[in-house]
Design a protein around this ligand. Structure first.
Ligand SMILES: N[C@@H](CCC(=O)N[C@@H](CS)C(=O)NCC(=O)O)C(=O)O
Length: 223
């Protein structure tokens, strides 16, 4: 049984739990965080789930971030590295059609997500939901919305030609992109229409791992 430390409101944890579902491997989740707890972000006054600052956890993951996994003594952090591990070890066919080219392209989209989507999404979540209203910066949120339109337009053009980011079949590359873009749809009320992105999200929403670990709006909108 793989041990996972994380929290459902963390997009990086969502990636890993969705990956566990795709790879069909059992896991046990321990709630852990230095910034979020059952009452939301610590800026609201509630306690975090904790664990991440203990010496025991820091030995596993010196960054003190989530997620981290322990697979029978094999420790790994960085959600995209964990996804690659799950794909390679447990589900080559289901997660990359056992093709190095597909895995390499999946890795390309994972890096792209971290580079072009995640920083702006983080700004949006903090400025719209997690910071106390008096500390929020509306201009920063507006800038983040503007910046996100460029990579989303690129993704839309890419998905015009194919059903999933690496081709005609789902791959592990869809997981990080899907988590990020889905969060954006919940945050961007008057969002511009990207029809191929929306159609792809509907395909992802049909997957049980997405439905369970990513789709619940509370995971994204919890302040
Ligand atoms: N690049 C890392 C990012 C790790 C990270 O920053 N995780 C966030 C949650 S998405 C975190 O630990 N936040 C602080 C906390 O919850 O204590 C990954 O993909 O795993």
């Amino acid at each position: 049984m793989i041990q996972v430390w994380g929290r459902p409101t963390s997009i990086c944890t969502e990636r890993v739990l969705w990956g566990m579902a795709e790879a069909d491997v059992p896991y046990v989740l321990t709630l852990a965080s230095g910034t979020m707890g059952s009452q939301g972000h610590v800026s609201k006054g509630g306690p975090p789930f904790g664990i991440v600052n203990t010496p025991e956890y820091r030995k596993l993951n010196p960054n003190g971030t989530v997620p981290t996994i322990n697979d029978n003594g094999f420790i790994l952090w960085e959600s995209n590295a964990i996804l690659m591990y799950l794909a390679l070890k447990y589900a080559p066919e289901a997660m990359y059609q056992s093709k190095p080219e597909v895995l390499a392209q999946a890795s390309q989209w994972m890096a792209w997500t971290n580079e072009y989507l995640e920083p702006h999404l983080h700004t949006l979540v903090m400025e719209l939901l997690r910071l106390p209203p008096a500390q929020r910066n509306a201009a920063a949120a507006e800038d983040a919305f503007t910046e996100l339109k460029k990579p989303l337009a690129l993704l839309d053009a890419h998905l015009l030609q194919r059903d999933f980011v690496t081709g005609d079949r789902f791959s592990v590359g869809d997981i990080p992109v899907g988590c990020a873009v889905y969060r954006w749809t919940l945050l961007a009320n008057n969002r511009p229409k990207f029809p191929h992105v929306e159609a792809w999200l509907e395909r992802l929403a049909a997957r049980p791992g997405f439905e369970k670990h990513v789709e619940p709006p509370d995971f994204h909108l919890a302040g």
